[in-house]
Design a protein around this ligand. Structure first.
Ligand code: BDR
Ligand code: CA
Length: 312
């Protein structure tokens, strides 16, 4: 089995990513680390604990991490995920957690797990990159120790989703994203592949009515299909973090090594992914980027993994 550490800011697509990993028998989730992002660190930790309790997996440790970005003020995305990071209906379905995070900071937990599992361990960081950057600041050899660091973030050839240039996760803590992208040789899974692989509205029907977890998944997809103004978004539900997991669990994405920088200059393209598509810098690649997605295959990897925890 592959060991996986999920660094998350749940957040509803984070919740889907967590559920996919928990359902997949080939993966052992060694722990969740939480980071601020979609909502405050108090809320992301609470939501992570609540979700694990909901699916009876309180055996999985949760280590709380960064409560604010390195340099920037925290910008949140509750308008996308719901008040406190999840929609009301999901909040009502989840328990108030009876467990607590472990007594270790996320960055230390990441380093400890890397030490213990070496290249059996993959890290998937699907929120702002602060915890991974902190861990790398403490121990710059982290990327060499683990099998891979997957990131949800970046907008290579497409536009951003929080500013015209930047993806949310990289915008929130551009300094952290820059360190992980430029020093960590991560696998960057950006909006270029996650947005086209949105789940169409019919996907909700595959989950609705299949127990309380099926309803939670359907509620998440329904909420994610709405624009901030309550209108139904064109096409369906963008589930970026779930697409990252699909890339790890299956093979719907194609990748290329590339030279990438993250803009930290603080101007209108702060947090933007500067992707040297044509090699004009003549620099060696520093990361692997997802460039294409097999859309139908990706949707199936996402949905079939989400289904594994559900009753028939
Ligand atoms: C990413 O930012 C967050 O809002 C989502 O959870 C996802 O990780 C999408 O840009
Ligand atoms: Ca996220």
């Amino acid at each position: 089995t592959n060991k996986l550490l999920l660094d998350v800011d749940p957040g509803i697509d984070d919740a889907l990513a967590i559920l996919m990993a928990l359902g997949n028998a080939d993966v052992e989730v060694v722990g969740l680390t939480t980071v601020m992002g979609n909502t405050t660190i108090e809320n992301t930790t609470n939501n992570a604990l609540a979700l694990l309790e909901f699916v009876d997996r309180t055996d999985i440790p949760v280590a709380e991490g960064a409560g604010r970005p390195f340099a920037d003020e925290l910008v949140m995305a509750e308008y996308v995920h719901g008040p406190g990071g999840v929609p009301e209906t999901v909040r009502e379905a989840l328990p108030d957690p009876s467990t607590e995070p472990i007594d270790q900071h996320a960055a230390d937990f990441i380093l400890e797990q890397a030490e213990e599992h070496g290249d059996d361990l993959t890290i998937a960081a699907v929120g702002p990159q602060t915890n991974v950057a902190l861990a790398m600041a403490k121990d710059p050899t982290l990327p060499d120790t683990v099998a891979d660091i997957y990131q949800m973030g970046g907008a290579l050839k497409t536009t951003g989703n929080v500013t015209p240039q930047a993806s949310f996760n990289f915008y929130v803590d551009a300094a952290a994203a820059a360190r992980v992208v430029q020093d960590g040789w991560p696998t960057v899974v950006g909006l270029d592949v996650t947005e086209p692989a949105y789940l169409p509205l019919e996907a909700q029907e595959r989950f609705r009515g299949r127990g309380s977890l099926g309803d939670v998944i359907a509620d998440i997809l329904e909420y994610k299909a709405q624009g901030p103004d309550g209108t139904v978004a064109e096409g369906g539900s963008i589930t970026s973090d779930a697409v990252v997991l699909a890339g790890f669990l299956g093979d719907p994405l194609t990748y290329e090594d590339a030279y990438v920088e993250i803009d930290t200059t603080g101007g209108p393209s702060n947090g933007a992914t500067v992707y040297d598509e044509h090699g004009v810098y003549e620099k060696q690649p520093n990361c692997t980027v997802a460039l294409d997605v097999h859309i139908e295959h990706c949707r199936e990897v996402v949905m079939s993994n989400l289904e594994k925890l559900l009753p028939e």
